[in-house]
Design a protein around this ligand. Structure first.
Ligand code: ARG
Length: 463
């Protein structure tokens, strides 16, 4: 049985079942390196303001370094009796350097300590995610560049609408993931705030220098209100919101990968190395990776909701409920990173069935809007031309023809404004290249968008 730091106050030993129930070590051991780095900075600050001597600080720091190396080698022993990573390290430090270890916890509490560790962890992981998103976006831009000649049907309501360049479609994802990147960068500003020295909730009577600790740990800001510092988990909620939005994007992308690789669409072939088979149906090649990504979006939304629900009725300041924040946070970090990585690896290997994509733009009256726009250029109002082309579509559909398959005589029967030049605007190539409005799918626009995206990626720095 390990001694508890609070034992002085208690007449009974903690029941083993309570130790097991309240322990978080299985989860928060992941924070060990941040906990140790935070403690080292705390020691340096304590010595800097003469709360402990420099010799004492040196001993403590040496011991902490040894524990870090021991943990890295997998040699650290965990025990549920020690509850969490903070108590484990303090206890181990006592074994390592003796009584001086008991000075480490001067002017701090586990409440500000866990806030510090979580922020250090999340700042590192947010930076990792930003870098991973940059790699993913580089793939989208490269694919857009390599496939500039690929024409596909664009959809609304999952009905063929108008032809677009596949590159334009791919760059839509680049935009989504760029916004995710920007959101993570912004969230990072509020993650990167140093809470240590708030102590349990009210600050401390010791003459500590919180800005000194912040500088040592490379925090640009120090938290302002000690009560808020130990009870705030907004930075996690923000991260989880950003992660959830990113997972919405991955889920939508996955849905398209699944549809497009089906026999019904046949637009793409997923790489064999990223597909799985069926244990019973020999012909099957299943899109399990996109399916799992789509499914994992639900997990990340769940993580966000777990934390929202956890926090919503908590009185200030720290409450033990908050220990439950970490499983959700860690799960979202791991899940999002895994999804970004698998897509970054899979996307370049997808086979694009250019001919099928093109063919799909030639049936389904995707040129109806262009015929209406043609009539407007000849002097008709758009509402009139819309109704006129509507009739033409009805007629063509009855004769099992497409608009561009009608004869000039048939065309003219819908409006005398129509001349031979109508056929020039009804091809997929023309439809695309005439959409030069800013942000439209014309080849020249898309080329410029690729250039701009490349430029942005080459200039992007991880904050
Ligand atoms: N394991 C705790 C957590 O993750 C650390 C803080 C404990 N504080 C306390 N007063 N019991 O939230």
């Amino acid at each position: 049985m390990i001694e508890k730091p609070w034992e002085g106050r208690f007449a009974e030993k903690t029941d083993r079942s309570v130790e097991l129930f309240t322990s978080s070590i299985d989860v928060d051991k992941r924070l060990y390196a941040f906990d140790i780095d935070g403690s080292i900075a705390h020691c340096q600050m304590l010595a800097h303001v003469s709360i402990i001597t420099h010799e004492e600080a040196e001993k403590l720091i040496e011991g902490l370094g040894a524990i870090k190396r021991e943990t890295q080698r997998g040699k650290f022993l965990f025990d549920h009796g020690l509850e969490d990573i903070h108590m484990h390290i303090e206890n181990r430090l006592f074994q390592e350097v003796g009584k001086v270890a008991q000075k480490l916890h001067t002017a701090r509490s586990r409440n500000d300590q866990v806030a510090l560790d979580s922020r250090m962890f999340l700042r590192e992981e947010t930076r990792n995610i930003i870098r991973l998103l940059d790699a993913l976006n580089t793939v989208f831009v490269s694919l857009a560049e390599e496939n500039l000649d690929v024409i596909m049907p664009g959809y609304t309501h999952l009905q063929r609408a108008q032809p677009v360049l596949l590159s334009h479609h791919l760059l839509a994802y680049y935009e989504m993931f760029s916004r995710d990147r920007a959101r993570f960068c912004d969230a990072l500003k509020r993650i990167n705030v140093m809470p240590l020295g708030s102590a349990a909730l009210a600050g401390t009577t010791y003459p500590i220098d919180r800005h000194y600790t912040a500088a040592l740990l490379q925090f640009p800001e120090v938290s302002v209100n000690s009560i808020d510092s130990v009870s705030d988990r907004d930075f996690m909620l923000e991260f989880l919101s950003c992660a959830s939005i990113a997972m919405v994007h991955f889920s939508r992308l996955s849905e398209e990968m699944i549809l497009w690789s089906s026999t019904e669409f046949g637009f793409i072939g997923l790489p064999d190395a990223f597909s799985t088979g069926s244990s019973i149906m020999p012909q099957k090649k299943n899109p399990d990776v996109p399916e799992l990504v789509r499914g994992k979006s639900g997990r990340v939304f769940g993580d966000l909701f777990a934390l929202l629900t956890l926090m919503k009725s908590l009185p200030l300041a720290y409450n033990r409920d908050m220990q439950e924040d970490k499983p959700a946070l860690f799960d979202a970090v791991d899940t999002l990173k895994a999804c970004i990585e698998i897509y970054t690896a899979m996307l370049p290997k997808i086979k694009i069935n250019k001919e099928i994509l093109y063919q799909a733009t030639t049936t389904g009256f995707l040129n109806a809007t262009d015929m209406a726009d043609y009539l407007v250029t000849k002097g008709m109002t758009f509402r009139e031309s819309h109704s006129c082309v509507g009739k033409a579509v009805g007629y063509a559909s009855n004769c099992k023809k497409e608009l561009h398959e009608l004869t000039i005589e048939e065309m003219k029967s819908f409006s005398t404004l129509i001349a031979e030049d109508i056929f020039g605007v009804l091809t997929p190539e023309q439809m695309i290249n005439r959409r030069t409005s800013f942000g439209g799918t014309a080849g020249e626009n898309v080329k410029a968008a690729i250039q701009a995206a490349r430029q942005r990626l080459s200039e992007s720095v991880c904050p």
